[in-house]
Design a protein around this ligand. Structure first.
Ligand code: NAD
Length: 653
């Protein structure tokens, strides 16, 4: 079909095409397609004014350097940030240019893009007539951009050894490009990522809710809100945290300087669980990326959120190969570990953590293990009971109890036990269960069928030994919508107080005094988090210091992990290592120690040759240097200076 676009306009269109559709893995680059053949048809359907405007815009792009065209197209994707006419113009450019480019690429009669899509069984029909809601949902799913193969450029499924090797070859070859970016440049992507997530917030909540059966507010406040806090922490602190750090140099090394450099490790394997699938994806991925590493990320097979993370990273401008996503179960995890990443960041159960550490030990891969918890809450008699009760109910049942730091054991001082219990039961009975669309449900359903069975088993075991269900008696021990259960009359010999429940069940127990409370809290193989509730600040600090745990909140619950400047991690069976905060960020780095001396004629006194005189002087120096006060400084002059002059001077070449 004929058109009257000048060669300059077509050059501009081609330039923009190569920026928007650069090709890769089975997809040709835009300019490698025969798009011109189809352009006439598109131009034919434009009205006169649009055609003239489009000609002008593309002709301008034809003379502009590519980086300016790239900048304009990037600005156009950010149109939502610009109010008024500027935003509108950018929106028009975004829709117009992309619309034409994508149409030519994907919907040409027999264009290469369409051929590729056909091979991939992708339905290119986007112009679908209105149908009933259910049919529409199927069509939307078929045509959902999250299902588009474009989104899967950086993802893989159930890799065998060969594919796993290819994934890591790619990660290793892309790593130098990420490492070469400054932290500031990497932060540019983090900012875009934050904006993208903010922009797509509701869509993300929808996708997560669909896969997890969570209450909508749980997704918002437990996955997205803390995620934004984390991204903001990176934006404010990462540059400072990853800057070389000057370290003190001892007197014996006078004249030299010491620094620690925080360099990337190379390739990082992140393996995540199912309880916070979006948060547990983006937080470790961004920690790995900001420190300059290439990332291979494996979500849980139960909550893969297929396509979502990829599309968000792509929207934030990140290259597909920077973060590769691998879908699959434990077997895929095993294959990936066999590729010897430079670090494994694992969040999940104790059992899997042990297996991963065992496998990693064969290759000496450093592991960070964020494992389970059995968090105690201690409520003392001087506490504001109403507030503590409400805190306990939320802390035990938020995210349907499927949180590693939810309250799994509640200990209340004897003197307030009955009053506390009454409040607890009343508040628990108010909880509304459901998968809501408007924020009206308090608690959603369980994510994993296997976990439902575990919860049922633990509750039945406790009840068979005399425990009483104060709430939740109507549960059929099968449905994923488990009502919140308060259990009275349990003891530490029962499995319910030893194993992680990871569901909406709260065993309620009494303690006599401070020492008893501490003893009960520490009587666990876990040590992830805990909370102490009392009006007496000194007691709070005293008790907190005696609880063996990685994290603790005072007069609040699950709050230490809310501050992303604090490191997070467990002791005992709750894991190894820390992430988040400056400590956590640096754990994704090779901490390189650098001691710098200057090139001079001076030969070090401790280098060869050793002589009897050197030995005598060194003996005196050692005695003096590691004594305190005046002796140190006198000794330094008396033995140090003769030692220096006894050492030879190097000859200049
Ligand atoms: P899980 O251990 O069953 O699985 C976690 C991940 O490991 C999944 O992606 C799974 O596919 C993968 N995996 C399984 N076997 C593997 C193997 N042999 N090699 C490599 N990868 C393997 O855990 P889950 O049931 O998904 O999650 C729940 C657990 O996670 C709970 O114990 C919870 O306490 C813990 N968790 C801890 C934290 C924390 O920060 N400490 C946070 C959230 C959840």
């Amino acid at each position: 079909m004929r058109h009257d676009f000048s060669p300059l306009s077509l050059k501009g269109l081609s330039k923009a095409g190569d920026i928007v559709l650069p090709g890769g893995e089975g997809f040709p680059r835009f300019s490698e397609t025969e798009f011109i053949k189809h352009f006439g048809r598109i131009a034919y359907y434009m009205n006169q004014d649009d055609r003239e405007g489009f000609k002008l815009l593309t002709a301008m792009m034809g003379v502009m350097p590519s980086f300016i065209v790239r900048f304009i197209l990037w600005m156009a994707t950010m149109n939502h940030l610009f109010p008024g006419p500027l935003g509108a113009v950018l929106r028009q450019i975004n829709m117009g240019v992309r619309g034409v480019l994508f149409t030519m690429y994907y919907s040409g009669v027999d264009g290469p893009g369409k051929r590729v899509l056909k091979q991939l069984n992708y339905n290119t029909c986007i112009n679908t007539p209105y149908t009933e809601d259910t049919e529409m949902e199927t069509l939307l799913t078929q045509n959902n951009p999250l299902n588009s193969p474009m989104m899967f450029q950086n993802s893989h499924e159930n890799p065998g050894p060969t594919e796993a090797a290819a994934i890591f070859d790619k990660a290793r070859s892309t790593y130098p490009a990420i490492a070469a970016l400054t932290v500031k440049e990497r932060l540019g992507f983090i900012t875009k990522l934050r904006e993208t997530i903010l922009h797509r917030q509701e869509e993300i909540v929808d996708v997560v809710q669909k896969e997890t059966h969570k209450a909508r507010t749980d997704v918002l406040i437990s996955e997205l809100f803390p995620l934004f806090e984390h991204l903001e922490f990176l934006e404010h602190e990462a540059e400072k945290a990853l800057r070389p750090e000057k370290i003190a140099t001892p007197t014996s090394m006078m004249g030299k300087s010491s620094n620690v450099w925080f360099e990337p490790l190379g390739t990082i394997l992140v393996i995540s669980p199912w309880n916070y699938p979006f948060y547990q994806a983006i937080v470790p991925i961004t920690c790995s990326f900001i420190t300059g590493n290439a990332t291979v990320y494996k979500p849980s097979e139960l909550t893969p959120l297929k396509g979502l993370v990829e599309s968000i990273l792509i929207d934030a401008g990140m290259k597909p190969e920077w973060v590769q996503i691998v879908y699959g179960d434990g077997k895929s995890g095993v294959e990936l570990i066999n590729q010897r990443p430079q670090k494994i960041f694992f969040t999940g159960s104790v059992g899997t953590g042990k297996k991963i550490m065992g496998q990693a030990a064969q290759y000496l891969i450093p592991v960070e293990l964020e494992l389970g918890g059995k968090d105690p809450m201690l409520a003392f008699e001087d506490v504001n009971i109403d507030r503590a009760v409400k805190g306990a109910v939320w802390g035990a049942f938020t995210n349907t109890g499927q949180s590693c730091t939810s309250i799994e054991r509640l200990y209340v001082q004897e003197s307030i036990y009955e009053k506390f219990k009454q409040g607890l039961v009343e508040e628990t009975k108010k909880i509304k269960i459901g998968v809501d669309k408007d924020g009206s449900a308090d608690m959603g359903g369980m994510i994993s069928e296997r976990q439902i069975k575990i919860v049922a088993e633990l509750v039945k075991d406790a009840v068979s030994q005399g425990a009483v269900m104060l709430t939740g008696k109507d549960w059929d021990f099968q449905s994923r919508f488990i009502p919140p259960i308060i259990l009275e009359g349990t003891n530490h010999k029962m499995r319910i107080n030893q194993e992680e429940i990871f569901g909406p069940v709260l065993p309620l127990m009494k303690f006599k005094d401070e020492a008893h409370a501490i003893q009960l809290a520490n009587d666990s193989t876990f040590g992830l988090s805990a909370s102490v509730w009392t009006h007496d600040k000194e007691r709070a600090l005293r008790v907190a210091s005696k609880i063996v745990t990685g994290n603790i909140s005072i007069n609040n619950v699950m709050l230490s992990e809310g501050n992303h400047a604090l490191p997070f991690g467990g002791v005992k069976d709750s894991g190894i290592g820390r992430y988040k905060g400056v400590h956590g960020l640096r754990s994704f780095c090779n901490m390189k120690s650098v001691l710098a001396d200057s090139d001079s004629k001076k030969i070090e006194a401790n280098w060869y040759p050793y002589t009897p005189l050197k030995y005598t002087l060194f003996t005196g120096l050692t005695q003096a240097l590691f004594s305190m006060g005046l002796k140190k400084w006198v000794g330094l002059v008396r033995f140090g200076l003769p030692l220096e002059s006894h050492a030879q001077k190097a000859k200049r070449d």
